[in-house]
Structures are given as C-alpha cells and as structure tokens.
Write a protein that binds this ligand. Structure first.
Ligand code: ZN
Length: 313
C-alpha cells in the first residue's frame, strides 16, 4: 500500500548539526534554513532549547529564531526536553510547533534527559499541553523506538503503549525515532502498523539514522506501512551526543531522489537540494554522507542531441 505523496520534515539545522564539534555560525544555520525553504521544505526543526552546556551547538537558539524568515507557510519546530525549554521556545514568538521527546528505555531516558521512560512520557504530555495553551501545536517523538544503545532490544508493546499515552495529550502526530540506526525494514513495517492502529486518526512520523545503512530501506518500509511524514537532514549529517556511535540522519536529497523516482511526491525540488548539498559541504568544509549530493540526480539525456554525441561512460 504505497501512497502518492509524503511530507518531508527537514531536521538539518538541529539534529544535523547538534553533534558538530565546531560551532556552526548562526548565519550559516539561517542560510541553510533559507535554502531548505527555497528547495520546498515547509516543516523545519530549526533548533533545540536545551542546556547550552550539554549541547553547545544549540546555544544560539534565540538568535536562530530571531533570524527566521517571515513565512506563514512554513512550520518552525523547536525541540524541547522540559518546561523551561518549552517556555524559552514560546517566548521567542517565532516557533510554531514544540517538539517533545520521550525515550523508550529507562537507561537512555536517564542519559538523554535525566528521567525514567515513564517520566519522559509525562513530561512530553505536559509540553504538549503547554504548547496548546499557548496557541502553538506540538509533535511528540519516541526515541530509541527500534533499539537502545544501553538496553538493547525494545519491546514493540512498550512503544505502542507510549504512543497511546502520548496521543491522549493531542500532539499533531507521533514519531518513532531510530535514534541509533539499528532498525530494519521488517521491524519498521510491523511497528508503524501497530502504532498507526492505536493512535488513529493521528498520523505517524518516522525519524531514521543511517548508522548501519538501513535508513532508506526503513523509509520505504515506513511509507508502505502508512507513515505520513519522514524526517531527513540535508547532507545526511547528524548524531546524538548521548547515544554512542550514532551517525547521520537519512539525507533529504537521498530520500527525495528515491521517492521522486518511485512516484511518491514530496514538496521538494531535487536540483535545489543537490545545489544546497554542495553549498553546505563548502560551508562545513567537509565531505557530507549524502550520496545523491555527490552523484547528482537521474541522468538527463538531451533530447535534441543525436545519439552519438551523448556522453557515455
Ligand atoms: Zn535523530
């Protein structure tokens, strides 16, 4: 059961950059956001409101928000871990949607946000309630839905139970995050179907890291199982300071290429993404993990050239 279109959520300014060791200038983050919008992104995770000592890369959250383009048609998301972060995000006046995160296991919840797993669900529900009281919307993400760096296997029932509980608070959707990139397509299809059933009519969003090369396969499996939204990061950067071995998010341009070729529409312009990839690689002064950024899109064959003048390799 494959849909005709899917929503893409751009996470490069936050998840893509949060683990970069060198401070990325605010102006570069804003240029990235502007380029993402120009390439068709309409939902962007722009920053997180967390302790700058824990995540120094996000210390400029307020400045990023102050510089966001004035766009009624773009939803800006700020990730928050607690009420203080939620209040900071709301106070900027520029964030449209709060991103609340809870964690499927106690050990990871403790390392990520000094809570139990249940405590993280309660906190996410409070954040969602505060967002709604303040005239914002909220999304909720269940981290480590497909495996935990400390506890290993995560029971499907646990994730389903958390999703059902979160749904009561009224987020716009619930996301399953493969924070450490251990999921496989069969597992993704199974869990997405179960969560979808329990939170219906709320949509399911998926967040994959390509740590073990299963990212694109997991995206495809998720869409087949009825996911509505896919998180991705231009260039495929990313990582989690609290998850050992975590690698980049699935790359926006790689996902966009796969979906475009497969006949699943996104709002994204692949050429613009590829150009942004090249700009971003220059700005970061490093090679980015995304593959389509390097290879380019599907080969264009000039219709008006005679066959023997076409390049062959
Ligand atoms: Zn992530």
């Amino acid at each position: 059961m494959y849909t005709n279109s899917i929503e893409m959520l751009e996470v490069s300014p936050r998840d893509g950059l949060q683990n970069e060791p060198e401070q990325v200038p605010t102006a570069t983050k804003l240029a990235l956001i502007e380029r993402a919008i120009a390439a068709g992104s309409r939902r962007i995770e722009v920053t997180s409101f967390v302790n700058p000592k824990a995540v120094p890369q996000m210390a400029d959250a307020d400045d990023v928000c102050a510089g966001l383009p004035d766009r009624d048609d773009v939803t800006y998301i700020g990730l928050v871990m607690n009420m203080r972060g939620a209040e900071r995000a709301i106070a900027t006046g520029r964030i449209n949607q709060l991103g609340a995160v809870c964690v499927a296991t106690d050990t990871f919840a403790h390392k990520n946000q000094r809570q139990t797993s249940d405590g993280s669900v309660d906190m996410a529900k409070q954040i969602i309630a505060l967002a709604k009281q303040s005239g914002l919307t909220a999304q909720a993400t269940i981290a480590a839905s497909f495996g935990c760096p400390f506890e290993g296997e995560v029971a499907e029932d646990r994730v389903v139970e958390m999703a059902a509980s979160l749904a009561q608070a009224g987020p716009v959707e619930i996301a399953l995050a493969d924070t450490i990139g251990v999921g496989n397509p069969a597992q993704v299809a199974s869990l997405v179907a179960k969560v979808r059933k329990i939170i219906d009519p709320l949509p399911v969003r998926l967040h994959f890291h390509n740590t073990r090369g299963t990212g694109l396969a997991n995206v495809w499996a998720a869409i087949g199982a009825g996911a509505s939204t896919i998180d991705a990061s231009i260039g495929g950067l990313g990582g989690c300071p609290f998850a050992p071995g975590a690698a980049g998010n699935v790359a926006t341009e790689d996902v966009a290429y796969m979906l475009e070729r497969a006949g699943v529409e996104t709002s994204l312009d692949l050429d613009a993404l590829i150009q942004t990839n090249r700009w971003f690689a220059d700005a970061m002064n490093k090679d980015l993990p995304a593959m389509v950024g390097k290879a380019g899109g599907f080969p264009r064959v000039a219709e008006d050239k005679p066959q023997d003048e076409r390049e062959v390799a």
